[in-house]
Design a protein around this ligand. Structure first.
Ligand SMILES: NC(=O)c1ccc[n+]([C@@H]2O[C@H](COP(=O)([O-])OP(=O)(O)OC[C@H]3O[C@@H](n4cnc5c(N)ncnc54)[C@H](OP(=O)(O)O)[C@@H]3O)[C@@H](O)[C@H]2O)c1
Length: 248
């Protein structure tokens, strides 16, 4: 794939200040896209992403928003309209994980996870749907914990199953406009939320893959870059596992 594969395109990546979102943003910029770097709390990380892109001759802006609030997402898209006047690629990477037993159900945590993992991508897609046209792309991030839930992962797993339903429904709705919508399903990945997983989790996920390791954020970004590219024009409504065959 040439470095200018995405030349002339504008891409929004949510959660671009750290983890997988940061790797995706850097990869799409490397491929020639102009970037909208969304962040919530990671201002320093977003600044670092911005600096790396600009030092390589790329173009980007950074915009802060809490994805749980629709008004903040509407304001984010207002900034995109002002800066670029167009939008071609949207990657819903921002997401949070958390666990707990049924008996200890914490309503605050429930609302937070539903807000970031479900309402967020929905608010983003709703604004994106008004702007994306022929050749447009949406990529949603699910998780292997949607495929293989663990004890205590129920809420997180449910939100990540729902993301796949969003993908299938949005692919049917937006395909009429020439927009593809797909899911990438990462396994345990670093840098990313695996870096703050409970003790023992790293060894568990390393052992689950025949490769004897977890994935890198760059490897997830490679898959997203393909789905965002013109070469993926006939891939839509698909869920792509990127987990090193760690099927457990
Ligand atoms: N890493 C893994 O092992 C793994 C495995 C499977 C799936 N995934 C999925 O991959 C995606 C990226 O995860 P990651 O590993 O990069 O996670 P991470 O390193 O923990 O980063 C979480 C990201 O979500 C953003 N975020 C959290 N709350 C937010 C809010 N209220 N509003 C806006 N943004 C918010 C954060 O932004 P700020 O830092 O700016 O607040 C940050 O960019 C997630 O959807 C996750 O479910 C990750």
């Amino acid at each position: 794939m040439s470095e200018a594969n995405l030349a002339g395109k504008v891409a929004l990546v949510t959660g671009a200040g750290r983890g997988i979102g940061q790797a995706i943003a850097l990869r799409l910029a490397h491929d020639g896209a102009k970037l909208v770097l969304h962040y919530s709390g990671s201002e320093a990380g977003a600044r670092a992403t911005l600096a790396t892109i600009q030092e390589s001759g790329g173009e980007a802006i950074m915009v802060q928003a809490d994805v749980c609030h629709r008004s903040q997402i509407q304001a984010l898209f207002g900034e995109i309209d002002k800066a670029f006047g167009r939008l071609d690629i949207v990657v819903n990477s921002a997401g949070v994980s958390g666990g707990g037993t049924l008996a200890d159900l914490d309503e605050e945590q429930l609302e937070w996870m539903l807000g970031v993992n479900l309402r967020g991508p929905l608010y983003v897609a709703s604004e994106a749907a008004k702007r994306l046209g022929e050749g447009g792309r949406i990529v949603n991030l699910s998780s292997t914990l949607a495929e293989f839930p663990m004890a205590g992962s129920g809420i997180y797993s449910a939100t990540k199953v729902a993301i796949k339903s969003f993908t299938e429904s949005w692919a049917k709705e937006l395909g009429r406009k020439g927009v593809t919508v797909n899911t990438v399903i990462p396994g345990a990945t670093s840098p990313g939320m695996m870096d703050h997983a409970p003790e023992g989790a790293l060894a568990f996920f390393e052992a689950a893959s025949p490769f004897g390791r977890i994935g890198t954020a760059g490897e997830i970004a490679d898959v997203v870059a393909f789905l965002a590219s013109p070469q993926a024009s006939w891939v839509s409504g698909a869920h792509i596992l990127a987990n090193g065959a760690a099927n457990s």
